[in-house]
Design a protein around this ligand. Structure first.
Ligand SMILES: O=C(O)CCC(=O)C(=O)O
Length: 245
C-alpha cells in the first residue's frame, strides 16, 4: 500500500517557487500544550497572563524532554523533512524565540531581513531548511515571522555570481544591499498555534513588529544536510542539487 507524501505536489511547487510552504494544523494540540508548559516553566511564566512575563532577559528553551517530543521529532514535521531532503537532512537545533510587544502602538512592516547561518559569535553555520510554528495564535501585526518570498532564488543567483561571498562576505560588501534579497513584498506568517511554515535556508526573514498585547512565542528548527561540510562552499548550478524535490 502506498503512503501519501507529506506535502502535495502543489505544496512542493509552492515551496520551490516561493521558498516556503505553510502546513496548517500540522502540530496537534497535545504537543502545543506540553510545549507551552515546558517553555513557561523555563522562564517562570504564567500561562493565564502571558503579558506578565515581565522578565524579558530569560531565554526560553525548546530542547524539550523527552527528545522525541521536540519539534524536529514530530511525525508530520519529520515526514515533510524526509520528503524534501530524501532522508539526508539532520536537525541542527530546536529553539524558541519570543517577539515581545512594543511600547509604540504604531505599526510598520519590517523592511529588512537577514539570512540565518552568519553569526558574528559562532561564525558561518550553513544549513538547508527551517521550520517555524507558534505556541499561541498570531494575528497580523502580532510579531509574526516575516519572509521575503522568492528571496531564496535571489540569494542563490547572487551567490552564483559571487560564490566567494557564500561564507558571509556579502555582509561587508559595500555593493551589497538587502533589497537584493527582497524581490517580492514581504509575507507575514500569521496563524494558529500548530500551523507550521517550512522555509528554505536562503530565505531572507525577520520578526515583524508586535503591537498586540501578547508576546509572540515561536519555535524555530533548522536542518543541515548530513554532508554539508563537504559542499558548503559550492553554489550549485541547480539550487535543488542536494534536495530530493
Ligand atoms: O522572531 C522571528 O520571527 C524571527 C527570528 C529570526 O530571525 C531568527 O531566529 O533568525
Amino acid at each position: 500500500m502506498s503512503t501519501a507524501p507529506a506535502l502535495s505536489p502543489e505544496q512542493v511547487r509552492h515551496f520551490k517557487e516561493e521558498g516556503y510552504v505553510v502546513v496548517p494544523g500540522a502540530i496537534e494540540p497535545v504537543y502545543i500544550e506540553e510545549w507551552r508548559r515546558q517553555v513557561l516553566r523555563s522562564i517562570d511564566g504564567n500561562a493565564s497572563q502571558p503579558i506578565a512575563w515581565g522578565d524579558r532577559s530569560k531565554e526560553p528553551r525548546a530542547n524539550f524532554e523527552p527528545i522525541d517530543i521536540r519539534p524536529h521529532s514530530h511525525p508530520r514535521v519529520r515526514a515533510v523533512v524526509e520528503q524534501l531532503g530524501g532522508g539526508r537532512f539532520v536537525c541542527g537545533h530546536d529553539c524558541c524565540v519570543i517577539n515581545w510587544p512594543q511600547e509604540s502602538r504604531a505599526w510598520e512592516p519590517t523592511d529588512r531581513g537577514h539570512l540565518d547561518g552568519y553569526n558574528s559569535s559562532i561564525g558561518w553555520w550553513p544549513f538547508m531548511l527551517s521550520a517555524t510554528t507558534y505556541l499561541w495564535d498570531v494575528q497580523p501585526m502580532g510579531g509574526g515571522l516575516t519572509l521575503w518570498p522568492q528571496s531564496h532564488l535571489a540569494a542563490w543567483r547572487y551567490f552564483r555570481a559571487r560564490p566567494e561571498h557564500v561564507s558571509g562576505g556579502y555582509i561587508s560588501d559595500p555593493d551589497f544591499d538587502w533589497s537584493i534579497f527582497a524581490p517580492r513584498p514581504s509575507y507575514e506568517f500569521t496563524g494558529r498555534a500548530g500551523d507550521v511554515v517550512f522555509w528554505h535556508a536562503f530565505m531572507s526573514h525577520n520578526g515583524s513588529a508586535n503591537i498586540t498585547r501578547d508576546p509572540r512565542v515561536g519555535l524555530f528548527t533548522r536542518w543541515q544536510h548530513r554532508e554539508q561540510d563537504r559542499f558548503k562552499h559550492e553554489v550549485p548550478e541547480n539550487l535543488w542539487k542536494y534536495w530530493a524535490v
